[in-house]
Ligand binder design. Structure first.
Ligand code: ADP
Ligand code: MG
Length: 318
């Protein structure tokens, strides 16, 4: 397969029709419209084989996940996804690999009506860079810097499943819980509807991609506050409880990566409304702690002792 056959294949399948795309794949740049009154929210993420995913990960999973991690960033801003670009670096141009990658991509892109409008294709060690673009009404994006002392800290879904999924892959574990955890690792659900629903009520928001304490630490730092969270309140999936002992699970919940849940803060008076909106969006949320004036993230352990969290989230250069 040649470079242009490859691009043609991608183009033929991914250019979902949208009224705001004047020109998609095929020219030197795409031409897109931003509706009146909306800001364009833009993010980009690179996934490198052997760093962000095990080398043997199926192309179908990579297609889904490379888009999902970006839609998760847009969700954390409260933005509605619209377009994406895809820069692919491939060791070989394999038609089957591309077909499977696009299958996985489309399964998610169609759910959110995201049009692929351009990209770049090069040869080299496998690496996938996706940029996603979305809309958010002017001045209404959820940022990291709005948390206030006394706010409730909440998270969506369950935590620790991504780290468990990686453990499953690395140790080639099989079974029902193990395969569910693998799906959580490879096919994360970006919380797009929840992000939109929390706009105007959450004071700050971040997606949990590098580990809860690290990401909550970023939110706190940006807001000039700290947080105290209770280990016993971190939402655990049945599969995670089934898969591993509780102390290991709690460790993964605090510092494992790849969960792609939303962590947000909300004034206590607005918490019932936030819960109602989350329920309407079909996503469980739960309160895990409170924002405090003292900088840093603290964790109340199962034995009641409050200790500073070791914010050892993923750092590429550590
Ligand atoms: P240029 O040399 O002008 O950058 P390319 O030959 O790289 O153009 O790409 C031709 C067209 O195909 C462009 O519109 C580009 O956005 C698109 N494209 C290239 N690679 C990809 C890809 N992996 N996914 C989606 N679109 C792509
Ligand atoms: Mg190019």
């Amino acid at each position: 397969m040649r470079e242009f056959d490859l691009i043609d294949h991608i183009r033929a399948r991914t250019g979902l029709p949208r009224g705001d795309v004047d020109l998609g794949i095929g020219d030197d740049a795409a031409l897109l419209r931003v509706p009146e009154g909306q800001s364009l929210a833009v993010c980009v993420d690179t996934m490198v084989a052997g760093v962000h995913f095990p080398a043997g990960t199926a192309p179908r999973e990579l297609g889904w996940k490379s888009l999902a991690v970006n839609l998760s960033d847009l969700a954390a801003m409260g933005a509605t996804p619209a377009f994406a670009t895809l820069a692919l670096t491939l060791p070989v141009a394999d038609a089957r690999w591309i077909g499977d990658f696009v299958d996985g991509w489309l399964a998610l892109a169609q759910q959110h009506d995201v049009a692929l409008v351009g990209g770049d294709t090069t040869r080299g060690p496998l690496s996938i860079t996706v940029a996603a673009h979305g809309y958010v009404p002017h001045g209404q994006a959820m940022r990291r810097d709005g948390a206030r002392v006394g706010d409730i800290v909440a998270v969506s879904g369950t935590l620790g499943d991504g780290a468990a999924g990686l453990d499953v892959v690395e140790n080639r574990v099989s079974g029902e819980s193990a395969s569910w955890l693998c799906v959580r690792l490879n096919r994360p659900t970006p919380r797009v509807a929840l992000g939109g629903a929390l706009r105007g009520i959450a004071t700050a928001c971040i997606d949990v991609s590098d580990g809860l304490t690290a990401d909550l630490g970023h939110l706190c730092k940006a807001s000039g506050v700290g947080a105290c969270i209770a280990m016993n309140d971190l939402p655990l999936s049945a599969a995670l409880t089934d898969y591993i002992d509780l102390p290991t699970a709690r460790g993964w919940q605090l510092s494992g990566g790849d969960d792609y849940e939303l962590c947000f803060t909300v004034a206590p008076a607005h918490w019932p409304e936030a819960q109602a909106r989350a329920a309407a969006a079909g996503v469980p949320v739960c309160a895990i702690g409170v924002i405090e004036a003292e900088p840093g993230v603290r964790v109340i352990r199962a034995d009641g002792q409050c200790i500073p969290a070791m914010a050892k989230g993923w750092d590429h250069f550590a």
